[in-house]
Design a protein around this ligand. Structure first.
Ligand code: HEM
Length: 428
């Protein structure tokens, strides 16, 4: 695909293709300049779906880029459903539903029932109990990063050495995934959220790679589920296999897809908020200094990182009936991609939206989703992990210096970094 120039000034909307994964490796300034144009000139712009082997060609989708439109759609789940697929542009063939058919792509009342199984674990009060273990994980990860730098020439990779291991270890601890299985969880979760990036799927066919990764995760679930049924523990996997919803256990398939969703959703998103939050801070040294000096900014700083990065770029909804939304007429079956990344820079809602401001307050961003039943289940956990991580980096790695350009994931769905070269031990 043609990669547009890095200059944010000259966006040619004719070259903007939100379905093209390579378009998403362009610098964020360019993408946001394109979102600005779409928001003001073509707020329900129509795009064709990418051609993916194994998926039938679809009718295309509307890209929702204005905050008000996104919110209006998100809070009307009966009119704009998730059940036709929330995480893929294409309608998912029936035989693939095993991996796509989880919570995130379900509608109420089933969705609400299934969500209730684990929602108690994710309340702020319950998460207070995990605070010490999150701190211990973060301290250990940062100590290892320091040791690696000291053992070599000072260089580290922010993604592999800081951002990836923290959420991986936290969610694996909560799910009860043994140490020995965590490398494969990381690799498979990378493939599942790779967006087909050739580097991550090793030039394999994306659909085959995706299915293989899903099957390996499901096999891990089978093993852990059998162990938990024999010997229940205080972990989320035990909750999945043993909880009854209205007198009914979850089906095998539901357990597998929920297990995979929790591992993947808890992992990649938080990782990208950490890596690109540190990148943003290194690009805005005044904001780094201001936040580092004032722990009272931990709350607003994390919210600003999530707004700025928008680790999940979009979720999809499908119209269940004909209607009209904010002056836009639609018919049943039309698809809408809710571009959180664009809504989070909407000047109607955010003053000076292209300014990274760790004290921004209020900050009603939609990085965790908008109003509606699917609002991120892990938002409290993610906020907690991020607050602990940034504070620990300020205290323990004040000499962290980003040295190289970010290597961006070629995915429309996850705003991800594959690598971010950095060093420790210099004078920042
Ligand atoms: C849903 C973002 C961390 C679990 C979502 C949605 C977004 C999102 C945008 C969809 C909301 C919607 O459709 O309305 C993020 C971001 C994170 C993060 C940006 C980190 C910075 C986590 C963590 C977990 C998690 C740590 C823990 C397991 C989930 C689940 C759903 C979800 C299970 C589906 C909820 C449902 O459909 O009812 N997240 N998330 N997320 N997230 Fe997160």
């Amino acid at each position: 695909a043609a990669v547009p120039p890095a200059d944010a000034g000259g966006v040619d909307l004719a070259t903007v293709d939100l379905s093209d994964r390579d378009w998403w490796t362009t610098p964020p300034e360019y993408r946001h300049a394109a979102f600005d144009r779409l928001r003001s000139e073509r707020p329900f712009a129509f795009f064709a779906e990418p051609d993916i082997p194994g998926f039938p060609p679809g009718p295309g989708y509307h890209a929702v880029t204005r905050y008000a439109d996104l919110e209006a759609i998100s809070c009307r789940p009966a009119v704009f459903c998730s059940g036709k697929g929330a995480v893929s542009m294409q309608d998912v063939p029936a035989d693939l539903n095993e991996f796509y058919g989880s919570l995130i792509s379900m509608d109420d009342p089933r969705h609400a029932k299934i969500r209730r199984i684990v929602s108690k674990t994710f309340t702020p009060r319950m998460l207070e109990r995990t605070l010490d273990s999150v701190r211990a994980v973060v301290d250990d990860v940062l100590a290892r990063a320091r040791a690696k730098a000291e053992a070599g020439d000072g260089s580290i990779d922010v993604v592999a050495d800081i951002a990836a291991p923290i959420p991986l270890r936290v969610i694996c601890d909560m799910m009860g995934v043994p140490e020995a299985d965590r490398a494969s969880v990381l690799a498979n979760s990378n493939v599942i959220l790779s967006g087909g990036d050739p580097e991550l799927i090793e030039n394999d066919d994306p659909l085959t790679a995706f299915l293989t990764a899903g099957m390996e995760m499901a096999a891990l679930m089978e093993r852990l589920a059998a162990e938990r049924l024999a010997e229940p523990r205080d972990d989320l996997t035990t909750a999945l296999v043993s909880t009854e919803v209205d007198g009914e256990r979850l089906s095998h398939q539901e357990i597998a897809s929920f297990f995979i969703l929790l591992l993947v959703a808890g992992n990649e998103t938080t990782r990208n908020a950490i890596s690109q939050g540190l990148l943003a801070l290194s690009q805005h040294p005044d904001q780094w200094a201001r936040w580092a000096a004032d722990p009272a900014l931990d709350r607003t700083g994390v919210e600003e990182v999530v707004r700025w990065v928008s680790p999940v770029t979009w979720m999809r909804r499908t119209a269940t009936q004909d209607g009209e939304i904010n002056g836009h007429a639609f018919t049943a079956g039309e698809k809408f991609l809710l571009f959180y990344a664009a809504a989070n820079r909407d000047p109607e809602v955010f003053a000076d939206p292209q300014r990274f401001d760790v004290g921004r307050d209020p900050n009603p961003h939609v990085g965790f989703g908008s109003k509606g039943p699917h609002f991120c289940l892990g938002a409290h956990l993610a906020r907690r992990e991020l607050q602990v991580t940034f504070r620990a980096v300020f205290d323990q790695l004040p000499d962290l210096e980003v040295t190289g350009p970010p290597h961006r994931l070629a995915s429309s769905f996850v705003n991800g970094l594959k690598r971010l070269p950095a060093r420790l031990g210099g004078d920042r």
